[in-house]
Design a protein around this ligand. Structure first.
Ligand SMILES: [Zn+2]
Length: 222
């Protein structure tokens, strides 16, 4: 499988709007960069893959107490399986549910490995100037004037097609999901959410071509 090179300007694909909600704000995450959004309890958050086969690394903090944040490890522990499913909750480091998956058209995620960081590219490839998800998330926070402290182990690797092998090895497989794939959450708490279009172009993680992602926020119709 070969991911095609992007053609033309990015357009965020349409996604279904559930009954009782109206379209709100949209934020395009440029290829290989990071952006953030604040969402409120009762809203719906969609993360949309603009061109397909792209992974996005996501961190989130509670606005009421940024010492409490989305914890991939606590989520795996609470769910007792490695990949969250539709209808399941995503947990904070205090095991509080902060998001619930309403819809997930991909169903592949990694909550085990940290996001890519400058040390990953230097240690494994000898590169000191490669973009990273951790750097992108810092960028997304700075652009929005947010001050939460990102760490690579706080990232949920959304749509990452890591597959556990019988011998325990973790194999990164090129993701097959098409443009317009999305994951949709009920927002259960007021949150700051930051995402990186993963710039890893040296493994199959993103099909060797890095492309845009997007946030779409839906508000309850009143
Ligand atoms: Zn990455």
């Amino acid at each position: 499988m070969t991911k095609p090179a992007p053609q033309g300007p990015a357009t965020i694909p349409a996604t279904p709007i559930p009954d009782g909600y109206v379209a709100g704000r949209e934020i395009l995450i440029p290829a290989g960069h990071g952006r953030s959004v604040r969402v409120s309890a009762g809203e719906i958050l969609q993360i949309v893959d603009v061109r397909g086969q792209q992974v996005t690394d996501v961190m989130a903090w509670r606005l009421a107490d940024p010492d409490e944040y989305l914890s991939p490890g606590h989520t795996v522990s609470c769910l007792t399986h490695l990949v969250p499913r539709e209808g399941e909750e995503i947990f904070s480091n205090h095991r509080r549910p902060i998001l619930r998956i309403r819809r997930d058209t991909v169903g592949r995620h990694d909550l085990i490995v940290p996001c890519c960081d400058p040390e990953r590219y230097e240690r494994d490839y000898g590169l000191t100037d490669h973009r990273s998800c951790l750097g992108n998330i810092r960028e997304g926070l700075e652009l929005a004037g947010e001050t939460w402290e990102p760490r690579a182990e706080l990232a949920w690797n959304v749509f990452m097609n890591n597959q556990l092998q019988p011998d325990g090895a973790i194999l990164t497989v090129e993701p097959p999901h098409p443009a317009g794939s999305y994951i949709e959450f009920d927002v259960l708490d007021d949150l700051g959410v930051v995402a990186s279009s993963c710039p890893q172009d040296l493994t199959a993680c993103n099909g060797y071509v890095i492309t845009e992602m997007a946030f779409r926020v839906l508000r309850p119709a009143v």
